[in-house]
Design a protein around this ligand. Structure first.
Ligand SMILES: [Zn+2]
Length: 74
């Protein structure tokens, strides 16, 4: 698909690192499958992946972690 941010690049399947900020908690999730723009690096997550990522984030917030670094399990 075409990147909606820069409107120049095309996206390609890849892996990204997603960082979530929830109040005091920072959650870093590595190896998240995404479509990544070849031009500007913007990434797009599928609905399923977004749900998983948010669920992981909520878990970390509930545990009261300040910084949580996770690996996405496909
Ligand atoms: Zn782009």
């Amino acid at each position: 698909m075409k990147c909606v941010l820069c409107k120049q690049g095309k996206t390609r399947r890849g892996k990204v690192t997603v960082t979530l900020q929830r109040g005091e908690t920072t959650v870093i999730i590595r190896g998240v499958p995404a479509d990544v723009c070849e031009n500007c690096g913007e990434y797009y997550l599928s609905e399923n992946v977004t749900g998983e990522v948010l669920a992981l984030g909520e878990d970390a917030v509930r545990k009261g972690a300040e910084v949580e670094i996770l690996r996405y399990a496909a």
